[in-house]
Design a protein around this ligand. Sequence first.
Ligand SMILES: Cc1ncc(COP(=O)(O)O)c(C=O)c1O
Length: 438
Amino acid sequence: MTPDTDPQDLNLALFERARRVIPGGVNSPVRAFRAVGGTPRFITRAQGAYIWDANGQRYIDYIGSWGPMILGHGHAAVLEAVQKAARDGFSFGAPTEREIELAEEILRHVPSMDMVRLVSSGTEAAMSAIRLARGATGRNKLVKFEGCYHGHADALLVKAGSGLATFGHPTSAGVPAVVAQDTLVLEYNNLAQLEEAFALHGADIACLMIEPIAGNMNFVRASVPFMQRCRELCSQHGALLVFDEVMTGFRVALGGAQSLYARAIPGFAPDLTVLGKVIGGGMPLAAFGGRRAVMEQLAPLGPVYQAGTLSGNPVATACGLATLREIARPGFYEALAARTRALVQGLQARAAAAGVAFSADSEGGMFGFFLLPELPQNYTAVMKSDGARFNQLFHGLLARGVYVAPALYEAGFVSAAHTDADLAQTLDAAEAVFQALQ
Ligand SMILES: Cc1ncc(COP(=O)(O)O)c(C=O)c1O
């Protein structure tokens, strides 16, 4: 009997019950295991680097709520801050000092931002940043890249048109073609396309939005020359460069991915930055910010409207603030990066020993791996991965108590709570799966 047909499987029972009342049984599609098949694990609790499912099975968690749980689950200082905040009140719909503290903490680490606005999800932050860019420039067009995800606002659910002279087509039903027509979708790391797009449309482009390390096509870095050219072309044509650091912000480094590019490109800074995930520590919290002159275009100061009943929620800000204070401690990222690198190098060694074509990369506490001989540079190359073999790898690891993302185009995350013993168990599991991989 496989776990997916076992009548004693409480995950399966919950999934069947969920499917009756929630579309697909989940509240966000990737949780449904559609890409890999099988039954999603319904999680009952989490602690440190571990999550437990409804059957009581423990997993080493390399998803970390898709990025936020950088300290691991149930960190004592964060838990205490959240409990205290909850006792003081869940939500006031009025300003609080903690919102200022969190804003100050974010700005302290991300010098490209003079001001920040707190919201509740990455989708909301990215959508608002685009509206702000359009309002500030008086232009409508936006450039994005295939394989980057910036949340599910209409203008972002778009695939490339037939050429650079034409704009995008919706990738979701319900998105009006007219909305997609203002979005130009380019290939990631393709300098020639970037040049051509700005040559053709530069005067109409409000912003270029990019994941600097694209975690929504597993793990693909924008090359330094590509990023430098993005910056130059935006400046030259009066468009805003918007860094979507919802995933990379406070995850790959304390100053986000932009701090890495600033090290390689003198004076480098994006105009706007979108944050989420880690800044909420697992609570619904996200943000967007940037230069003062741009941010002052927002209501109530300026003409660009943006608002939210639960924005800057006191419990969420307590969680985010406690998280940021912990990760700002000296040596935090060095230790996290070393641990993540050890995982990735261990996986590479085990794959090589088993004769499995494999490539992997990491930065800070974020990593990606591919069943490909070389790291891909764009979405088309990522999707050359063999889905069936990835699924075998995924289920092999899951069966051995190691929980990685249930789709080959998602990044992985290591937390400060992952121990050497967790890594060793993970690598033993990987070794066994690699050896069995057909
Ligand atoms: C880079 C990036 N931007 C935006 C989003 C959307 O954030 P949320 O899921 O909080 O709406 C995500 C979510 O995974 C993301 O990875």
